[in-house]
Write a protein that binds this ligand. Structure first.
Ligand SMILES: [Zn+2]
Length: 290
């Protein structure tokens, strides 16, 4: 019995060491890693087919994956020179911020990756951040899209299908969609849904989906963003019933694993967010009010 006991102890130590090393390297818990190994996936979490379809250049196989305490979903609107609108950011400042992300090893993640993190507590690349652009301004096509394409950053554009043509055209949206930007539903019209009846809200969500399906062949959009962040007590329930996987608000803060997926907070970015404050908003969820 004695030699057997010693052998058992040695085997246990070896197994524990292997699991610890593997889980450190992959960012998964030993249990998660065991599951992915059993299901025949290669070592470490890699891009799923959904990511590779939309983002053919995104490959997470050499990226360190982590379980962060939270991550910032950055909220941009218009890039331009409007002085009196705090939702607008100057082009030079915006470019500086995107290059800051690149130079400091940040990893913008996709909506699918955000969903997997929030709902399934899956690991994400180290220094994760989500890039969102609301309302579909003309500069989303002329400034944001070329820069993000150059940097290889995934991002999501929330548009109002009932308003397309006033700022962006469907052709421009299709071009972005075909080259790695996620185009998503910001309501058929940009109206405060918190002030609508249940039926009106449902219609604003559904007609938005129909517009994306009809013009962009996007029959399976899973993301919603409430115009003005306006919601009432039925809004979340409706987003869920309509088949969305995540809905974004405009409440200030970071997103966390375990958060309500239909009321995710975001981090406001405008001209007031200079590089020092940008850095702060990326590194702590207790960032200063501006
Ligand atoms: Zn909006």
């Amino acid at each position: 019995m004695k030699p057997f006991g010693i052998l058992l102890a040695i085997v246990s130590v070896v197994i524990a060491t292997v699991l610890t090393v593997v889980s450190y390297k992959t960012g998964e818990t030993p249990l998660e890693w065991g599951k992915s190994w059993i299901h025949g996936q290669s070592l470490g979490p890699t891009a799923t087919s959904q990511y590779t379809e939309t983002y053919p250049w995104l490959d997470r196989s050499d990226t360190k994956m982590i379980h962060p305490k939270g991550l910032p979903i950055l909220m941009y609107h218009k890039i331009g020179d409007d002085k009196d609108n705090d939702a607008v950011i100057r082009e030079d400042l915006f470019r500086q911020q995107m290059h800051y992300l690149k130079d400091h090893g940040y990893h913008p993640i996709t909506m699918e990756e955000l969903y997997d993190y929030v709902v399934n507590n899956k690991p994400v690349p180290e220094k994760p951040v989500v890039l969102t652009f609301d309302d579909g301004y003309a500069d989303t096509y002329t400034v944001v899209y070329p820069l993000l394409k150059e940097l290889g950053f995934p991002a999501t554009v929330f548009v109002n299908p009932g308003d397309v043509g006033t700022r962006l055209t469907w052709d421009q949206l299709k071009d972005m969609k075909d080259h790695g930007m996620t185009i998503s539903n910001h309501g058929y019209l940009h109206k405060a849904m918190g002030e609508m009846t249940e039926e009106q809200q449902r219609e604003n969500m559904e007609k938005g989906q129909e517009g994306l399906a009809q013009h962009l062949d996007l029959a399976d959009n899973k993301w919603f963003c409430f115009p003005y962040g306006s919601m009432n007590q039925t809004s979340e329930k409706l987003a869920k019933e309509e088949g969305f996987k995540l809905a974004l608000s405009m409440k200030s803060g970071w997103a966390h694993a375990g958060d309500d997926p239909f009321n995710l907070k975001r981090v406001w970015i405008g001209n007031a967010v200079d590089l020092k404050h940008f850095e702060e908003r990326l590194t702590t969820e207790h960032y200063s009010d501006l």
